[in-house]
Write a protein that binds this ligand. Structure first.
Ligand code: SAM
Length: 277
């Protein structure tokens, strides 16, 4: 792994640590529908052992814990210790006892080969610089016949909340991803997710697209919410007040077409993919 990718990961880990509270309160509920479908695709049954990679504050791990029941086990891993503290607190709050959470880099899992019946990963893979390595690790820890089910963002033009902001930053030459950063939208290219799964050794690979709307009470609420998120905050910190104003005006113009009855309803598309070992 290049030193650029390692330093990117170190910064990302700190960023997710800082963002964990807001993520848990604001972002997590928006991902529920994607999680439900991912669990269906994974065909999780009572008694199974399931690994949730990049679990953040414990999803979909904690939803799956109920499904596998007391004879099953869910293990959530993430490289952000603060996210994992939230996952453990959420597990305690809802009385889940069959879930464990461990600090771990998804690109270097410390589990033995053939440990899990299922592996899931919701909105984690596309932010990993070496996603190929992470997929190979998921394959290694699965039992033969075990399934992986993944959710990643689709193409930038279809992930509108992030896409609108990214395009406005690009137009004003204000989008400068840190060295070593992967393209979050790379698995939105036709066939990209399937190819990556096959390259990692998975069979019977298939994928589907799924869209969910995020609702905001107008452009100011949208801007405020995105500004507190890591990518816009990072970008705005490096530009002049004039560019900041221009980016904001540009974002507001792009939002107009999503306005209905005084609210913004913004569709975001994800790719959900499945493979069998
Ligand atoms: C968008 S959040 C997704 C969290 C959760 N799975 C969900 O769907 O709400 C991405 C998570 O990936 C974690 N992450 C990113 N790269 C990672 C890596 N290389 N190893 C482990 N965790 C990673 C971050 O710490 C963060 O918690």
């Amino acid at each position: 792994m290049s030193s650029k990718a390692e330093s990117y990961k170190k910064n990302e880990r700190e960023m997710w640590d800082q963002f964990s509270r807001r993520y848990t309160d604001v972002v997590l509920p928006e991902f529920r529908q994607f999680g439900r479908r991912l669990i269906e695709l994974a065909a999780i049954r009572s008694g199974m052992w399931v690994l949730d990679v990049a679990t953040g504050p414990g999803e979909p791990a904690l939803t799956i814990a109920r499904r596998v029941g007391p004879r099953g086990l869910v293990v959530g891993v993430d490289f952000s210790p603060t996210m994992l503290r939230r996952a453990r607190a959420r597990a305690r709050a809802i009385g889940v006892r069959n879930a464990q959470f461990h600090e771990m880099d998804a690109e270097r899992l410390t589990f033995a080969d053939l440990t899990f019946d299922r592996v899931v990963c919701r909105f984690g893979l596309m932010i990993m610089p070496n996603a190929e390595r992470a997929l190979a690790e998921m394959h290694r820890v699965l039992v033969p016949g075990g399934r992986v089910a993944l959710a990643v963002w689709s193409a930038q033009s279809k992930v509108n909340t992030l896409g609108i902001v990214r395009r406005s930053l690009e137009r004003h030459d204000a989008f400068h991803p840190p060295p070593g950063a992967p393209d979050f939208f790379r698995f939105g290219k036709a066939g990209a997710m399937e190819r990556a799964l096959r390259a990692a050794g998975f069979r019977h690979v298939r994928s589907e697209c799924m869209t969910a709307e995020w609702v905001f009470n107008g452009p100011e609420e949208f801007w405020d919410s995105m500004k507190r998120g890591p990518s816009l905050r990072r970008a705005l910190a490096t530009v002049s007040p004039a560019v900041r104003r221009a980016v904001k005006a540009d974002v507001f113009r792009s939002l107009a077409k999503y306005e209905r009855n005084g609210r913004l309803r913004i569709p975001n598309e994800a790719v959900l993919a499945l493979g069998i070992k």
